[in-house]
Design a protein around this ligand. Structure first.
Ligand code: GUN
Length: 291
């Protein structure tokens, strides 16, 4: 049976380290890290993610700047808002929750965020540096950083290993593959046009699943002893729950946990770590300007 990696517990440990650092900065400089979270419109999923991020800030003594814009907001007004946050010395991190409404040019908005405040690590220059050997981005994207932190805190080395990333999104799959490559893994990306994904995934020592397909990865696809990190958060109907749904990953946990060496559960795996990495990035941003 696989060792189940407890993301909630690891996240708690890191959060208490962050809270200590926030206190230290506050005592030394009379300032606390500040994170601006911008949300546009009222998508239910985005609202719940943003509420989680804002609450996590408050819990750790990080100041949260809440910017809520209507679905109809113009490109010009979003960018004006980003520029104001760029100029605000109390804001050390800026996050624009994605996806943005269809009429907004997402790439342009992300490009306007100051590189020094790009705590999501989505600015094309930060992604570009992530892709280049010998260059270091100012911030690493939170979910991929969370995956690698879970591997390292579980004592799983990456160097020289075969890693397969399932999915190639700008937010998770692509940056996760770049980060694994930077950590000296041999990396393959499996996506919707890959033929025979099972046979590729079966070769992996490390699997990062970020395809957005509930329970897609089966036990027979996994090399015995592999480390399996499940980024999927798929809501499926469950009439026995008060909400009417429950969250499942991209990995069939019941099957894969019998074969893998390590596995992250959903919920309680990568999820709590992603928000924690956002807080860590915000702290790093604040330290760079204050110290
Ligand atoms: N939407 C889904 N995941 C994310 C994330 O990590 N950051 C932002 N900004 N938007 C998201």
């Amino acid at each position: 049976m696989a060792t189940v990696i407890d993301g909630k517990a690891v996240a708690q440990t890191i959060r208490s380290e962050i809270a200590d650092e926030v206190r230290r900065l506050s005592e030394k400089y009379g300032k606390v890290p500040g994170l601006a979270v911008v949300i546009v419109g009222n998508r239910k999923d985005s609202q719940s993610y943003v509420a989680m991020k804002r609450k996590a800030c408050c819990d750790l003594g990080i100041k949260s700047f809440d910017i809520d814009l209507t679905e109809q907001v113009s490109q010009v007004d979003i960018i004006k808002q980003v520029h104001e946050l760029n100029a605000n010395p109390d804001v050390h991190g800026i996050l624009v929750q994605l996806p943005l409404p269809k009429h907004i040019n997402e790439e342009q908005v992300l490009t306007e965020i100051s590189l020094e405040k790009d705590v999501d690590g989505f600015h094309p220059l930060n992604i570009g540096k992530l892709a280049m050997k010998g260059r270091e981005p100012l911030f690493l994207p939170c979910t991929p950083k969370a995956c690698l932190e879970l591997l390292s805190r579980s004592g799983i080395s990456i160097k020289g290993k075969k890693a397969v990333v399932v999915g190639r999104s700008n937010i998770v799959g692509l940056p996760a593959s770049l980060l694994l490559l930077k950590a000296d893994a041999t990396v393959t990306i499996v996506h919707s046009h890959t033929s025979d994904p099972e046979s590729i995934i079966r070769q992996a020592d490390i699997v990062i699943a970020a395809a957005g397909q509930p329970k897609m990865i089966k036990g027979s696809w996994i090399k015995p002893g592999a480390a399996v990190i499940d980024v999927g958060t798929n809501a499926i109907d469950d009439p026995s729950k008060k909400s009417g749904y429950r969250l499942v990953g991209d990995v069939d946990f019941e099957e894969v946990s019998k074969v893998a060496g390590w596995i992250t559960p959903v919920p309680g795996g990568v999820g709590p770590m992603t928000v924690t990495m956002l807080l860590k990035n915000t702290l790093e941003g604040a330290k760079r300007t204050l110290e």
